[in-house]
Design a protein around this ligand. Structure first.
Ligand code: GLY
Length: 381
């Protein structure tokens, strides 16, 4: 039961980040309301769900690696608690949480050289990776093309099905009686120099008088790429197209990613035989069209790595908008205006970083919180 007179939090955004924050606050006994016109249907719907801080590491992103490693550590407990709270009889397996690692493979000589350099960088950071020959890669994943030259196994990486995660979060919130208002937040309510809730967009222009509002002592902005519609936020949409392929039996036993003549692709297997192939990275504004060119590139590269993908049925194609920031780190914590907090800008890592985001908002990770402090940017409300 929420304490009498306790602060009410309004979470704007029902993706994996916003719903995780709401669920965690509700578990702490705090009154919370979620506002989203279509919960679970934004970037989380398109996400592959890689919990892969090691295999996704890039040369310039040491701080992001620290966040990712800390977030991955939180995932097993987060998944087990969520599964129990949502009433999933299969436990965390009901979220398709798997931890067989990521195999990063190279196709051409240049790709192999680049992967070798990346492996050295990973080793210098103290990350646990194994360098494999092409034959060793195929022993792990027999469906890999004979032309794969070698690879690097990040055995500690994991993955999860984000659609199952958001469905479980919504079920857990419902069981806890948390209101989920299915409407678009059109603006912040401001009173006496502080944020006091959100104004809702009317269901249609004819019903403008029905617009309504949700009041609260704190608004947590978790609206992903749409965050700048409500408050100043250096967040931009980064389009990602993915394909979901279906087969009777799993083609791969772990996540496989690869670089084919400089362009990268990943394949994420689900327990039910589905294979997710992603993802493009495009600076196209708020464009969510799935294009022939985008799908062509994904399939072309996926087929080079795993020729059998062309036999699979296409189940779904989708484009989502990652919320990118100038330094690729998320914005988590209070803004400059009293009553406003940020939980947005997670770019390529929303699913991975969701449990850590809630911990940072609750003040449990002060060192990592400094990396994500919204105040590092001037354009913050
Ligand atoms: N984390 C994978 C992606 O954003 O495509």
């Amino acid at each position: 039961m929420p304490a009498k007179g306790a602060q009410v939090d309004v979470i704007v955004g029902g993706g994996v980040v916003g719903l995780s924050v709401a669920w965690r606050l509700a578990r702490e006994g705090r009154p919370v309301t979620v506002v989203d016109p279509a919960p679970g249907r934004g970037a989380s719907w398109a996400a592959a769900g890689m919990l892969a801080p090691v295999s996704e590491v890039t040369y310039t992103e040491g701080p992001l690696l620290r966040l990712g490693v800390a977030a991955l550590r939180r995932w097993p407990a987060f998944a087990a608690e969520l599964a129990a709270d949502a009433g999933l009889t299969a436990g965390a397996r009901g979220l398709d949480l798997r931890s067989e690692g990521t195999l990063d493979v190279a196709f051409g000589a240049d790709d192999m050289a680049a992967l070798g350099e990346l492996a050295t960088y990973m080793e210098n950071l103290g990350l646990q990776v194994d360098r494999l020959t092409g034959r060793e890669c195929r022993r792990l994943e027999p469906m890999l093309a004979p032309s794969v030259r070698g690879g690097v196994l990040a055995a500690g990486d994991a993955w999860v099905d984000p659609r199952r995660v958001t469905a479980a979060l919504l079920a857990a919130l419902e069981r806890r009686g948390v209101p989920v208002v299915r409407a678009r937040a059109a603006g912040l309510l401001r009173e006496g120099g502080r944020v006091a809730g959100v104004r809702l967009a009317p269901p249609s222009p004819e019903e403008a008088h029905d617009a309504g509002e949700v009041r609260g002592e704190r608004v947590v902005l978790a609206a992903g790429a749409w965050s700048p519609e409500l408050a100043e936020a250096p967040v931009r949409p980064v389009k990602g197209q993915i394909l979901r392929l279906r087969s009777d039996r799993p083609l791969l036993g772990r996540c496989v990613r690869g670089t084919v003549h400089g362009s990268s692709v990943y394949l994420v297997p689900r327990g039910d035989g589905e294979l997710v192939v992603g993802a493009t990275q495009e600076e196209m504004g708020f464009d969510t069209r799935v294009t022939a060119g985008g799908l062509y590139e994904l399939l072309r590269d996926a087929r080079e790595l795993v020729p059998g993908v062309t036999e699979l049925e296409v189940a779904d194609v989708v484009a989502g908008l990652r919320p990118g920031t100038p330094d690729n780190l998320p914005l988590i914590g209070p803004g400059r205006t009293p009553g406003l907090a940020y939980a947005t800008g997670h770019h390529r890592g929303g699913v991975l970083l969701a449990p850590l985001t809630t911990a940072i908002l609750l003040g449990e990770e002060s060192e990592l919180a400094a990396l994500c402090a919204p105040g590092r940017f001037r354009e913050i409300s």
